[in-house]
Design a protein around this ligand. Structure first.
Ligand code: ADP
Ligand code: MG
Length: 263
């Protein structure tokens, strides 16, 4: 029921550069400090095209900092981060353009309160991607439709439920036609009855081939959508595993201990 063309559109269009086996995101020997605090300790992570990687681990472990570093919202102190073979520049116009390749959805929905849902979704494409307004609106309505909130397009964020706002935030990210989507605990701020409507949208995106990095404690989502689980604690990647192995037979005591507390 989903055409190849639609899948390609959601996945960011035809890929530039080496379309073969080259990974979409490469994090190489990355270190980051906040003052004396060593928050990312020699992180290495590879995300292939179309792959879904779930990052899980205790609070304060560096998961958000890693996501923000991949999107250059945080500078790193050493190492490199490549998205589609390109290192993001530290600043300037090129940064805004390349940053748009990485969509990001946060725990707090971060929608512009004084703009309608439709305006929230069209703003980036019009301002950064220079898409004509009419075309941006058409694409925005398609995206709002696929996240199930087309009927809310003219409303303001405060008029929507948390689950609807988060789906609007996902549509807003997708409107930039990102090559990879980062989700940082996208359902943690939601009332329980709204968690699934957001996870369902994410599962569908994964199924359509979107490359995704997802920080979440939602085991059901990890099992159904992820190819890889990364367990992060104290600024380190402690274990990388398949979801099946990780949840039934984790290799490290640290991961087993964490799982025993949350399962
Ligand atoms: P997680 O997302 O896994 O909970 P974070 O990446 O948010 O972890 O935080 C990792 C560590 O970095 C924590 O000790 C946190 O207190 C610290 N930290 C995060 N952001 C900042 C900041 N802007 N300034 C100083 N310390 C920070
Ligand atoms: Mg966090």
């Amino acid at each position: 029921n989903v055409t190849d063309k639609e899948v390609t559109e959601v996945a960011g269009g035809p890929q530039e550069g080496d379309p073969g086996a080259a990974p979409l995101v490469v994090v190489e020997n990355v270190n980051k400090y906040f003052g004396d605090l060593h928050v990312l300790k020699d992180i290495n992570l590879t995300v292939n095209r179309g792959e879904v990687v779930v990052i899980i681990g205790p609070s304060g472990g560096g998961k958000s900092t890693l996501c923000r570093s991949i999107n250059r919202l945080e500078p790193i102190d050493s190492g490199r981060i490549l998205v589609d073979g390109k290192e993001l520049p530290k600043e300037g116009k090129e940064l805004a353009r390349l940053r748009a390749d990485v969509g990001m959805v946060f725990q707090s929905f971060n929608l512009f309160a004084h703009k309608t849902i439709l305006e929230n979704v069209t703003l980036g494409p019009v301002k950064v991607r220079k898409v004509p307004k009419e075309e941006a609106e058409k694409h925005a309505m398609e995206l709002l439709d696929r996240v199930g909130i087309a009927s809310q397009a003219q409303k303001y964020p405060a008029q929507l439920s948390g689950g609807q706002q988060q789906r609007a935030a996902i549509a807003r990210s997708l409107a930039m036609r990102p090559k990879v989507m980062l989700f940082d605990e996208p359902t943690s701020a939601l009332d329980p009855e709204m968690v699934n409507e957001v996870l369902d949208v994410m599962t569908e995106l994964a199924r359509e081939g979107m490359t995704m990095i997802v920080v979440t404690h939602e085991m059901g989502f990890a099992r159904r959508a992820a190819q890889k689980v990364v367990f992060m604690a104290d600024g380190q990647i402690v274990e990388e595993n398949t979801p099946d192995e990780f949840f039934t037979n984790a290799r490290t005591d640290r991961a087993k201990d964490f799982l025993s507390k949350i399962l």
